[in-house]
Design a protein around this ligand. Structure first.
Ligand code: NOJ
Ligand code: CA
Length: 542
């Protein structure tokens, strides 16, 4: 009998909930905590063991919760602290842990620390990053340096009270905290302890690699912006994360996943996850929603081979609330939606690492066909639009790019049924539902044993039954560019996975033998040369 020694978060499959779009139970068009509680059985049946809950704290919603105005209270739109306690309890009784999302690089500009900080003589002044303007030509006033916001435009905003500028790496309603001030870290540690006391299992740390700014000089400037080399994964950051680990994460056994902005180097990634900072990270070099000429599936394969090699263990994910839907970008959301969504399920659940599934991925939800910016709510869309227009490009070029990069593709209401508003709400939802809910929805998936949902469910069960799929080492075969082929080894148990990342049949190199354990087509035995069907994925025992 094999006894796993790995920690719970290696054996668990995580499910990310974007609460605003999950399920509305009081008819205001906004998802809420009661909605999540009422779907815990659904999640347990799917087989997930932990929920990453996108922010539910009090927030003015300039960035839909990633602008926190009070870390200790729940946004009334979502419910109360009692609802939250109930969610933690009810989840626990079903064997599901809750991981909180903490945005600690910045707060909302409504946060009381920031409000106090606007007064230069306040003890909170130093909680944020205030700088004097620069003098430009002819005495013209310029921001303190050329850094740009991740969402485009200057990263500095002038405040009339003092005439100084504050730094915001995201929207101007998200001022960056100043981690050179030890009191900031102390306050954040209080927040983390508060939630751990309530029984959460850990944290997803929002853009944790931006907490330290090394200097405030002008940065190298390129198309994507300026200043990254002085604030993204810079020297000085590791000390901050190590302190969080020593004071909180370690002693309190909290699981952590740090979201990195951009792609850290291999060296930095190894340091982050060496055991004294965070357990795992999310990196984005498959540039999920990025504008690149390389086809999505090739990017996915390249990034996978790279990261499975660099880190012994990390997260495996292809979707979240900031990205295009995976089936639309790495698969095929028309002719082969069913096959490619299942192929992507095999990808996420059989590589070496902790799988994260995003709400709706388990039923193959797709991108939306947006025509006008007015149809979207994401604050990034108009910011990107303005930036592109700034290069004197016409609206008909700028608008589709901004809409493609926009994050609402992932944020449309969860599609529960084919009834009005996708069964998400009894009223007009805060963000319009994807019109394809009449055919793509949970109810339909539950009825059909061959659905994407049931495929996910069986695959998650398989992963928990076969230790090699969790703890097994991984070795990749050299394959043609559209084929991904690897084996998971544990003792004398060998399980291999082969998949076609394209809509055309693909030959697999050499001969393949084994007994099929699971597939999105209908093979049972492999014996010799293999020609994969479009998006075919096979798990077989050698
Ligand atoms: C990353 C989050 O995932 C995203 O939604 C947010 O806008 C930024 N961090 C800023 O908090
Ligand atoms: Ca509601």
């Amino acid at each position: 009998m094999y006894t796993p020694t790995s920690p719970w978060w290696k054996r668990t499959v995580f499910y990310q909930i974007y609460p605003r779009s999950f399920l509305d139970t009081n008819g205001d068009g906004i998802g809420d905590l009661q909605g999540i509680i009422s779907k815990l059985d659904y999640l347990r049946d799917l087989g997930i063991g932990a929920i990453w809950l996108s922010p539910v704290y009090t927030s003015p919603n300039n960035d839909y919760g990633y602008d926190i105005a009070d870390y200790y209270t729940i946004n009334p739109e979502y419910g109360t602290l009692d609802d939250m306690k109930r969610l933690i309890r009810e989840a626990k009784s079903r064997g599901i842990r809750i991981v909180m999302d903490v945005a600690m690089n910045h707060t909302s500009s409504q946060h009381k620390w920031f409000q106090a900080s606007r007064d230069p003589s306040s003890p909170y002044r130093d909680f944020y990053i205030w700088k004097k303007p620069q003098k430009g030509l002819f005495g013209r006033e310029l921001p303190p340096n050329n850094w740009t916001s991740v969402f485009s435009g200057s990263a500095w905003q002038k405040d009339e009270i003092s005439g100084e500028y504050y730094l915001h790496l995201f929207t101007k309603e998200q001022p960056d905290l100043n981690y050179r001030n030890p009191r900031v870290l102390e306050e954040i540690e209080k927040v983390l302890n508060f939630w751990l006391d309530l029984g959460v299992a850990g944290f997803r740390c929002d853009v944790f690699n931006l907490l330290h700014k090394s200097t405030f000089r002008d940065g190298r400037f390129n198309f994507t912006g300026g200043g990254r080399e002085y604030y993204s994964s810079v020297r000085g950051l590791n000390g901050i994360i190590k302190k969080l680990h020593a004071d909180v994460f370690g002693p309190r056994h909290a699981f952590t996943v740090g979201e990195t902005f951009g792609t850290p180097s291999a060296r930095q990634a190894k340091k982050f996850t060496a055991g004294d900072e965070v357990d795992t990270i999310f990196t984005f070099d498959m540039n999920i929603s990025g504008l690149t000429l390389e086809p999505g599936a090739k990017r996915l394969k390249r990034a996978t081979l790279k990261w499975q090699h660099i880190l012994d263990w990390n997260t495996i994910f292809i979707e979240n609330h900031d990205q295009n839907r995976a089936v639309s970008i790495f698969g095929n959301d028309t002719l082969y939606r069913n096959e490619s969504a299942k192929m992507l399920a095999v990808f996420v659940l059989t590589l070496r690492g902790t799988p994260f599934i995003y709400q709706g991925q388990e039923i193959g939800m797709t991108n939306v066909t947006y025509k006008h910016m007015e149809e979207t709510k994401d604050p990034m869309v108009p910011m990107v639009y303005r930036m592109i227009r700034g290069f004197r490009l016409p609206r008909f070029v700028a608008e589709p790019i901004a809409l493609f990069l926009g994050r609402d593709h992932a944020r449309t209401p969860m599609q529960w049924t084919d009834e009005a508003h996708a069964g998400f709400s009894t009223t007009e939802p805060w963000l319009a539902e994807n019109p394809n809910y009449t055919s793509i929805n949970v109810a339909q998936n539950l009825r059909d044993e061959t659905s994407i949902y049931h495929f996910y469910r069986r695959l998650i069960a398989l992963r928990s039954r076969i230790p090699a799929l969790v703890d097994g080492t991984i070795r990749f075969k050299r394959e043609r560019s559209w084929v991904l082929h690897y084996t998971r080894y544990l003792g004398n148990k060998h399980y291999a996975v082969v998949m076609n990342l394209s809509a055309k049949p693909q030959k697999v190199r050499g001969k393949v033998r084994g007994e099929v354990v699971m597939t999105n087509y209908s093979r049972t035995e492999l014996d010799g040369r293999l020609l994969l069907e479009p998006y075919e994925a096979i798990i077989y025992k050698k």
